[in-house]
Design a protein around this ligand. Structure first.
Ligand SMILES: Cc1cc2nc3c(=O)[nH]c(=O)nc-3n(C[C@H](O)[C@H](O)[C@H](O)COP(=O)(O)OP(=O)(O)OC[C@H]3O[C@@H](n4cnc5c(N)ncnc54)[C@H](O)[C@@H]3O)c2cc1C
Length: 407
């Protein structure tokens, strides 16, 4: 039976799918394979995880989170989903600094692509990683910790260095968040007060269809001591889905009701289908200071964008030092597009968007639909690390060749 990604637009072409339940089994699979890729929870929208050879899922490895209170860390199996880890951490009085819009994704898969939430002061989810344990090409177990020279290359690694079997993440004391939703933010206010809006909460998201003279929704996720400011938008009179016409039962609680971090930072609940469920996604990152020009660049192609768009989301991500991170060395604004599920119609629009944004040096989300990725500044260092850990390219695939190795 063929397996597909979450969106159903990629049918994995793997000759064999392995589901090991111990690290030793992972080591044996990798040692025997000629070409191998790792599959997380399959939430990427392109062929990043695909291979015609061996595919390994680490979802079956024992999760066993180990909290180290003195170090302020938790160590977990790479295949654990954020929703499960977060509930465990919160029950022990701990938290992560941020979460993506959905709790369904695996930690190793999210980290491998630089998955992010929102927050002007918050790095992507990979920035919480303080240590990473990989099964490398020869079947060896290799650990890299923050402070090791090659560590920044091993975290956002697109699955190209080995199978991540263990991840150590920084934790902090559990905290509470209140979520407020506003509707119809005047479009002009977004440009005039962009920096204030982006910093108006612990985590801020804007949802827009790039049509008309308002931004559809402003979502503020506030920490203790922060007060909501709608910047002239109207407080939503009901619970909202980012796609306003969809029922909000899949969304985390709004209306300013305080709740634990992991039940407010994701937009969607673990037990429900996130987003629209029938979709493709793209996302591009430019410098946060170029946000207003980026909005104008998108609007220049809005006649192409809106017919295939379900909803766009605007978020922010703080700069980091991870070599292949899309946020490397640059405080970023994230320009996300939830498209209709029709690749033939969406692909040319993505090309037009990339062209319209080109003067702002956009970087794509590695796990979403895109055509062009600029050469990462630290690519040579990454390839040297790959040469050391995987000299024969056992963990390579067409995606890695297209975007990194150029072969
Ligand atoms: C509905 C929806 C909402 C989303 N929301 C967000 C969001 O808010 N923010 C955001 O940034 N992204 C978002 N994404 C994208 C998603 O977070 C990324 O695609 C992420 O990589 C998915 O993780 P995964 O476990 O499904 O990885 P997969 O798609 O399974 O794999 C992605 C990459 O990680 C590698 N990988 C996976 N596991 C391992 C491992 N154990 N060892 C080594 N490499 C591994 C794979 O080889 C592959 O290269 C969303 C996706 C969906 C479907």
């Amino acid at each position: 039976m063929s397996i597909t990604n979450w969106a159903g637009n990629i049918a994995f072409g793997a000759a064999r799918v392995h589901r090991p339940s111990t690290v030793d089994q992972v080591r044996a699979v990798v040692a025997q394979a000629q070409r191998v890729r790792v599959l997380g929870s399959g939430h990427s929208f392109n062929d990043i995880a695909d291979t015609p050879a061996d595919l390994v899922s680490v979802a079956g490895l024992p999760v066993a989170p180990r909290i180290d209170p003195a170090a302020g860390t938790v160590t977990v199996a790479g295949g654990v989903r954020y929703g499960e880890l977060a509930a465990h951490l919160d029950a022990q009085g701990y938290a992560l600094h941020n979460l993506g819009s959905l709790p369904h994704i695996s930690v190793a898969g999210a980290v491998a692509t630089g998955t992010h939430g929102s927050g002007a002061a918050l790095g992507n989810l990979a920035t919480a990683v303080t240590g990473i344990e990989l099964v490398t090409a020869g079947g060896d177990l290799v650990r890299l910790d923050r402070g090791d020279a090659e560590f920044p290359g091993a975290v956002v690694a697109l699955g190209a260095l080995g199978v991540v079997v263990g991840v150590t993440l920084a934790v902090r004391p559990s905290y509470s968040i209140r979520q407020f939703v506003f509707e119809h933010l005047p479009r002009a206010v977004l440009d005039e007060r962009w920096e204030e809006i982006a910093s108006a909460g612990y985590s801020v998201s804007l949802f827009t269809r790039w049509a008309g003279d308002t931004v559809d929704q402003l979502w503020l996720k506030l920490a203790d001591g922060q007060e909501p400011d709608g910047f002239g938008a109207t407080p939503a009179g009901r619970a909202m889905h980012p796609i306003a016409a969809m029922p909000a039962e899949s969304c985390t609680e709004q209306g300013g009701v305080p709740g634990p971090w992991h039940r407010r930072l994701p937009h969607f609940k673990l037990d429900f289908t996130p987003s629209s469920g029938e979709e493709l996604q793209s996302e591009f990152f430019v410098a946060r200071g170029d946000a207003v020009e980026a909005f104008a660049a998108i609007e220049r192609v809005r006649h192409l964008v809106t017919p295939v768009l379900q909803i766009s989301e605007i978020r922010t991500v703080a700069a980091d030092d991870l070599w292949l991170s899309p946020h490397h060395g640059r405080d970023s604004v994230a320009l996300h597009f939830t498209w209709i599920k029709d690749h033939a119609r969406v692909a040319p629009v993505v090309a037009a968007l990339e062209e319209s944004l080109a003067h702002l040096a956009p970087r794509p989300h590695w796990g979403k639909v895109f055509h062009h990725a600029p050469r990462p500044e630290r690519l040579a260092d990454f390839l040297a690390l790959r040469e050391r850990l995987d000299p024969f390219g056992k963990f390579s695939n067409a995606f890695v060749e297209r975007h990194l190795t150029g072969s």
